[in-house]
Design a protein around this ligand. Structure first.
Ligand code: SF4
Length: 415
């Protein structure tokens, strides 16, 4: 894997397209997409969901445009939406033209569903005239029957990429290249392979060697938590290979979960700046001096409400905790009914166990408003020494082998 000096994974070179105000590809930040589940004709209900999705991290939102009422709804939704809107088009090409009339910022066409070349080219020409891009959204589950047969009655990566090529060739006939492509499948290894093949395919490159921007996702990933795992496995694998310009989690859940997951994945991979809390916690072990799971959940709730971009560590013991979490902005380690509060690994206060979460919130606010240096300057006099005494006392009491591994092995050997 290539690793750029910036700490980000080297991304494949792609052209840039604009979905409304959001740049996709060409080195733009990877964007998060989701899709509304309301009837698009329900303007207020759909807008409420779009606002919720945008607040949860979606940069672009897709709405179905499956009937005239939906297109009419889009005409009212688009001007009031906080993010660009993509119209999802399946069987009727006229719905694509109606969505363009409604002012959408992008179309998604499924090549398996609109098959007549004259219809495909009419839509591409209309998009070209209006400067609206199209996503060629190949889906393993709705592949053109002919391709399905050609590849032995199976959905293969080759068949999916060929479907995108055929569609792209029609677009090129009318001089339209303002495209992004997806080759989604619900089978993770299959979609990963299809995207790799697509990213390597010279057919999609321009004369400067740039490929089309790719929209990455695992389709029909299913309900939580398995759906989340499936989608993450597929999307993260590709992002770490530098493949992907925009992503969508397709979960059988409230779409807000999709937007949150997309945003969080990008933050975890260091591909987007952190907007909110990143809570890390130890898994707990025999040394734990507190209910780590309960404490972490409580801290997540209290700090999550602050909505500040801070990394906070919750550690079960003072023996290893502060050291293991020294990179966190703020943390707490439990020991002898007290918590050692630390900033960048340095103890700043020792608090009673029942005040640990309160102390995290107070110091989280200080770090956010005044910075780490100021927080360190405010460290309680003597806190570090007090913490060191607690730590030494615990080590004395527990020894180096808190899980009594040595003792257990002795017993096993005597059996
Ligand atoms: S040693 Fe301490 S910090 Fe590490 S897992 Fe155990 S309780 Fe948590």
């Amino acid at each position: 894997m290539e690793f750029e000096s910036s700490g980000r994974y080297a991304r494949r070179l792609t052209r840039q397209i604009m979905v409304g105000t959001v740049a996709v590809g060409g080195g733009a930040p990877i964007s998060v997409q989701s899709m509304t589940t309301t009837k698009t004709a329900d303007v207020e209900g759909t807008l409420a969901q779009i606002y919720a999705l945008a607040a949860a991290g979606a940069d672009i939102v897709r709405c179905t445009c499956n009937e005239l009422e939906a297109a009419e709804g889009l005409a009212q939704i688009v001007p009031r939406s906080p993010v660009p809107i993509v119209a999802d088009i399946h069987h009727q090409y006229k719905m694509a033209l109606a969505a363009l009339e409604a002012g959408v910022h992008c179309l998604r066409l499924n090549p398996g569903n609109i098959r007549r070349p004259e219809h495909i080219k009419a839509v591409a020409s209309a998009c070209k005239d209006r400067g609206v891009p199209i996503r060629i959204g190949v889906n393993g589950g709705s592949l053109d029957e002919k391709l399905y047969e050609k590849y032995g009655g199976r959905v293969t990566p080759e068949a999916m990429v060929e479907s995108a090529r055929i569609e792209m060739a029609y677009f090129r006939e009318v001089g339209f290249e303002d495209v992004k492509v997806s080759v989604k499948a619900s089978n993770v290894p299959l979609m990963v392979e299809a995207y790799r093949m697509l990213a390597d395919d010279d057919f999609f490159r321009d004369d400067q060697g740039r490929s089309v921007p790719l929209h990455v996702g695992v389709t029909e990933a299913g309900p939580l938590p398995t759906g989340l795992l499936k989608a993450t496995a597929g999307i993260a694998t590709l992002l770490l290979e530098g493949i992907g310009d925009t992503i969508r989690y397709s979960l059988t859940s409230d779409p807000v979960e999709e937007a949150k997951a997309g945003r969080q994945l990008l933050e975890v991979l260091g591909l987007r700046e952190r907007k909110g809390l990143d809570l890390i916690a130890c898994p707990s072990c025999g040394r734990a001096e507190v209910d780590v799971i309960g404490l972490a959940e409580e801290a997540q709730r209290a700090l999550g409400e602050l909505n500040i971009p801070i990394q906070v560590a919750v550690m079960g013991c003072v023996v290893n905790g502060p050291g293991e979490a020294r990179d966190a902005d703020l943390g707490i380690a439990a020991g002898r009914r007290r918590g050692h509060l630390f900033v960048k690994g340095k103890v700043v206060r020792v608090v009673p166990e029942d005040e640990m979460v309160e102390a995290l919130v107070e110091w989280g606010k200080i770090i956010h408003s005044e910075g780490v240096e100021e927080a360190l300057r405010r460290a309680d006099h003597g806190a570090a020494e007090e913490a060191a005494r607690d730590r030494a006392a615990l080590l004395d009491a527990q020894g180096a082998d808190a899980n009594q591994v040595g003792q257990r092995i002795e017993v096993i050997r005597r059996l």
